[in-house]
Write a new protein. Structure first.
Length: 378
């Protein structure tokens, strides 16, 4: 028996069901008119909507620009918070061109960059406060040491930024920081930051045992960031101690454990080099150096025992002691030469890296000019 299918175009089709053949095209949406007239009407409607939106935007812009309610009338409309060492007189010149300007047309990002050029300002946030005010929030830098350049004393923060302050203001704050030399304003920010990292690491290590040894430090020379030279207070005259760039707590404790013995044996002691593992180098005020093993006690000679020996025996002993001393001095000189060569190689590598970084920076900021002979037509 043949199969029979319902005809959708039949008269008895269910109500509400579209009567079209499967070969007919579906109806088009309204935004895709089929006729030319419909396309023209749709285009005209789109242009009308676009014109209305553009007009409304320009009207709103004109309203915001010319309405006196949004205009900064004076410096009283510029609010600032977080000011301790920075005063309003330092901030207001940054916003001098904005007085009388509409608050919506103040370049906030540019003002933030200008504020952070002030030495004491570490970070600044600038925002609009409708209808007609500017609010500035400042985070100030925190000093961690004094920096001496010639006869001038300034404060310096952890990033190596030099902070100006009058002597009267310093006295009011009662700062008790060590005095640093070698933080030169002419150095690059990266160089000053590197030296300050050595200082901060030293202070942290000296205080890590809970004894607060950093309070005994009065002056540090950071001219060479690989050798922190500390002026240690001592009866009679101060002693210069070479701490290197690491193991600060260990070397400080070694210095304190033996300085009394060294001063007793060498009254003209001027400097102590603590950068070596198993010995120290003692430098006299006359410039002479001697090697000393800090683990071995300083033995005092017995005059009676020395006098009781024959002259030949004493001569041989003096000759052997001289040879041993010369051998130690040669070993010490070789070790110091190796350390200096190693330090020079590291400094040369750092200088090469800085030169490469400067070249990359100069190439990145070099303006690009059109090639010669290429015409630019309209």
């Amino acid at each position: 028996m043949p199969l029979q299918f319902a005809d959708p175009d039949a008269e008895d089709a269910p109500p509400g069901r579209a009567r079209f053949s499967r070969f007919d095209e579906p109806p088009r949406p309204w935004w895709r008119p089929e006729s030319k007239a419909g396309k023209i009407v749709l285009a005209c409607g789109a242009l009308l909507v676009l014109g209305v939106l553009t007009t409304a935007t320009l009207a709103m812009r004109s309203y915001l620009e010319h309405d006196a309610r949004f205009r900064i009338t004076g410096t009283s409309d510029i609010q600032a918070s977080g000011l301790t060492e920075v005063n309003r007189a330092d901030l207001l010149p940054v916003f001098g061109a904005d007085v009388g300007r509409n608050v919506f047309f103040v370049p906030l990002a540019q003002r933030r960059v200008q504020l952070e050029q002030i030495p004491w300002v570490e970070h600044a946030t600038v925002m609009r406060l409708l209808p007609d005010q500017i609010r500035v929030a400042v985070v100030e830098r925190q000093p961690v040491a004094f920096a001496r350049n010639g006869s001038q004393i300034r404060l310096v923060d952890a990033a190596g930024v030099l902070l100006p302050m009058s002597a009267e203001a310093m006295a009011r704050h009662h700062y008790s920081f060590p005095v640093l030399t070698g933080i030169d304003p002419s150095d690059s920010p990266e160089a000053r930051r590197t030296r300050m990292a050595v200082y901060l690491r030293m202070m942290q290590e000296l205080d890590s045992s809970g004894h607060h040894y950093s309070q005994q430090i009065s002056e540090i020379d950071l001219t060479d960031p690989e050798d922190a030279r500390v002026t240690m207070p001592s009866p009679g005259h101060d002693i210069l101690a070479h701490f290197g760039e690491d193991h600060f707590l260990e070397r400080y404790e070694r210095y304190q454990a033996h300085i009394a013995e060294w001063r007793a044996q060498y009254p003209n002691l001027a400097a102590v080099d603590l950068r070596y593992d198993h010995q120290v180098v003692l430098q006299m005020a006359s410039g002479k150096e001697t090697a000393q093993n800090p683990a071995a006690p300083l033995a005092k000679p017995d005059p009676a025992a020395v006098d009781s020996k024959p002259a030949h025996t004493k001569k041989v002993e003096r000759h052997a002691a001289a040879k041993a001393h010369a051998r130690k001095q040669a070993q010490l000189s070789a070790a110091r030469r190796r350390a200096e060569l190693k330090r020079e190689r590291r400094m040369e590598l750092r200088r090469a890296e800085l030169r490469a970084a400067r070249r990359r920076s100069s190439r990145a900021h070099q303006p690009v000019h059109p090639a010669a002979g290429v015409s630019q037509g309209g």
